[in-house]
Structure formats: C-alpha cells, structure tokens
Design a protein around this ligand. Structure first.
Ligand code: GDD
Ligand code: MG
Length: 364
C-alpha cells in the first residue's frame, strides 16, 4: 500500500526554530519527526511513500537522499502552498491505481495501528475513512460527530464554543481513488478539512475509526517538548546514550534522558530528568539542565542552568547563564556569560545576547 505524507507547512508556531528547518526535521529524541512517521507507516506495511513538500523542500530531500529506508520514498513538490487537499491532487500521478492509500499529517507523532483502520475501511467501501481520537480540548482540531454505524455526520474544522471531551480528526486517512474526482484541479490552497470532509460527512460518505495509543500533534513549542518527554517516558525505556559519549564520573544523570552521539558531559554537571542532548554537544562543569531539549552541536559552558527550554543547533551558551521556562533559542546563537533569560524569551537564529531579558519577548 502507498502513503502520502503532508510535509509542506510553514510551522509558524515553531519559530524561531522553524526559520531554519522544516517541522518534519525537528529532532524528537534525537531523530527527525519524519523518521518516526515513516517508521510507523513501514510497520503498517506501507511500501511506497510520497512526501508532499513545499517549505524548505530541499532540506528534506537532502536528508532522505542520504538515508536508507525500508519503503521507497519519493517527493512531490508544489510550486506554491496547496493546503491539505491540493497536495493529494498534485501527487495523483504517484498515487493513481486501483488501491486506496494513506494520507498522514506529517506532524503527528503516533504509533497508531493503520492496518486495523485499513481493515475497517475495506469492510465498507467508500471514499474516505479517517482516524479519530478523543481529546479534552478540541479547539485546535477538526471535530466530528460520529454515529453508531461509524459514519461521521458532521465535520467542523477548529470550531468555536464548547469543545470539551470530543472526538477529533487525528490526521490520518485512508482515501479511495475516487477522492481525485472530489478535489478541484486548481493551483491554490485547498483544505481537505474545510472543503472536502464536511461535504462527504453531509452526504453520509465519511467514515471514522477511533484509534488508541501514542498520539501527539506537534504544533507549538510546548507540544514539541511534550512529544520528547512522552518518548522518554515510554514504559520499559531506559536512558539512551549514544556512541562515543564521555560522561564524567562526577556528573549526575537523572532518568529519563537521551544523550546523542559524541556528547561530552563534564564534572559536576547535572542532566535530567526529561532532557535530550543532541549529537556532538558539550556540557561543561557544574551545569544543570532539566526538562529541556538541546539540538545538535550545542556548547553549554560552566555553571549554566537551563530549565524547560529548547536550544537550537550550534548555539553557544556562556558561563553562569540562566535560561528559564518556555524560552527558545534559535540556531547558532550566542548567549554571553552571566546573562539571565528569565521566562518565555524567544531568540532568533544567529543572535548574540549580552544583556539580561527579564520579560517575555522575542529578540530579533
Ligand atoms: N505539502 C503541504 N503543502 N503540506 C502542508 C501544507 C501545504 O501547503 N499546509 C500544511 N501542510 C501539512 C503540515 O506540514 C502538516 O503536516 C499537515 O499538513 C497539517 O497541517 P497543520 O497546519 O499542522 O494543521 P493543524 O494541526 O492545524 O490541523 C490538522 O491536524 C489536526 C490533527 O493534528 C487538521 O487536519 C485537523 O483537522 C486535525 O485535527
Ligand atoms: Mg498540526
């Protein structure tokens, strides 16, 4: 079976880190998000994957050119953003045939059982079956009303008003070939959630399949941290320590953590709990890092503390620096010695910060 992954969004809510990489290349426990998505498709028997790309398409293509995958990966490039339905029509030449195919939002971290959903789809043929999930707050999602026969009677994207404890669109679909006739052939953004699903629901042709297990939509910085934490906390998972790591015997590692390849942790440093350190990073004497993610090649100099923050690739944090909750530092920044970034400070890529920032703000 084939699958299409939607991987062309701008990830505006993940700036400044998405200024320099597409969301699908954000590392989740030291592995790009898209790798996790592809592996789940492979586990579910998918042999051919089309990745629909737009924003920073080359970064994605370069990464997968060098990588071995079980499934064949091909890229479908858009000459402008086509939304969530346009890319399906755009990839018609790659998906055309007799078989239904999967469509997956490329920002969902999940181990959902797609084979079971496929069986449900095959039992009662129709244009679309979509994976559903129950969530406490549905306001960020597509919300559905499901009847007893598992037909979706109503589909509303991001509705206003009462949204507690609702079934939502989990961002994974099985679409039959007839879907190509339902998406207009227009070179513009077409939303499957606003323009196609509500009509199919009204016509009684949209089916739902409730999924369980791990499921997270990565849209914001808190989502991104939570996705890393969720994998770190997976039952039975031990600390993962990469190759050629040097940890001083006087450093303290508090579970659960993941430490990438070639990382150096010096004397008296404390890492964890719930911390990911990217490949080739160095943590110096007396640092304390908790509930945080460091991208690759970070240098954290001595006696610095980082709490609930995300640090971009190749960033240097000086000595005795304090970085507080919800702060996000872009790639290749330099935070000078003794600086305090109190809370919710977002720093754009390649910036040097030499003064304290005590209020929430964006440093451009
Ligand atoms: N190729 C391509 N082109 N992909 C795109 C484009 C585009 O123009 N626009 C968005 N995407 C991709 C994004 O990269 C993402 O992987 C996916 O489409 C969904 O877009 P989001 O922008 O992340 O949508 P959302 O999270 O607000 O809502 C969607 O996901 C929810 C589940 O997480 C909707 O499908 C909701 O109905 C759903 O509940
Ligand atoms: Mg999303």
């Amino acid at each position: 079976m084939k699958a299409l992954i939607l991987a062309g969004g701008f990830a505006t809510r993940l700036r400044p880190l998405s200024c320099t990489r597409p969301k699908q290349l954000f590392p989740i426990v030291n592995k790009p998000l898209l790798d996790w998505v592809i592996e789940n498709l492979e586990r579910n028997g998918v042999k051919e994957i089309v990745v629909a790309v737009n924003y920073m398409a080359d970064a994605l293509r370069n990464y997968y050119e060098k990588k071995q995958t079980k499934a064949t990966i091909i890229f479908s490039l858009e000459n402008r953003p086509l939304g969530t339905a346009g890319p399906i029509k755009n990839a018609e030449p790659n998906l055309k045939g007799k078989e239904p195919f999967f469509v997956i939002n490329g920002d969902i971290l999940s181990n959902m059982n797609l084979r079971k959903m496929k069986n449900a789809h095959d039992r009662i043929p129709g244009p679309a079956t979509i994976a559903l999930r129950r969530v406490d707050d549905a306001s960020r999602f597509g919300v559905v009303d499901l009847d007893e026969e598992k037909y979706i009677r109503r589909f509303v994207e991001k509705p206003k008003g009462e949204n507690r404890n609702r079934l939502i669109n989990a961002g994974a679909y099985i679409l039959s070939q007839e879907i190509f006739d339902l998406i207009p052939e227009e070179n513009r953004k077409i939303s499957i959630e606003r323009e196609i699903f509500p009509i199919l629901a009204k016509e009684g042709k949209l089916r739902g399949y409730i999924t369980e297990g791990l499921w997270m939509d990565i849209g914001t910085h808190p989502d991104y941290l939570q996705a890393n934490f969720a994998l770190l906390k997976m039952p039975g998972k031990k600390n993962s320590i990469g190759r050629n790591v040097k940890i001083s015997p006087n450093a303290k590692i508090v579970e659960p953590v993941a430490i990438g390849d070639e990382v150096v942790v010096n004397e008296g440093a404390k890492i964890g709990p719930l911390t990911v350190v990217g490949d080739n990073s160095e943590i110096d004497e007396g640092c304390s890092i908790e509930r945080s993610v460091l991208f690759p090649r970070c240098l954290i100099e001595s006696s610095t503390s980082i709490k609930e923050a995300i640090i971009g690739e190749g960033t240097v944090i000086g000595r005795r620096v304090k970085i507080g909750e919800q702060s996000v530092i872009g790639d290749h920044c330099e935070i000078l010695d003794d600086v305090i970034l109190n809370k919710n400070v977002k720093v754009c890529p390649s910036k040097e910060v030499g003064e304290n920032v005590l209020e929430s703000c964006h440093i451009m």
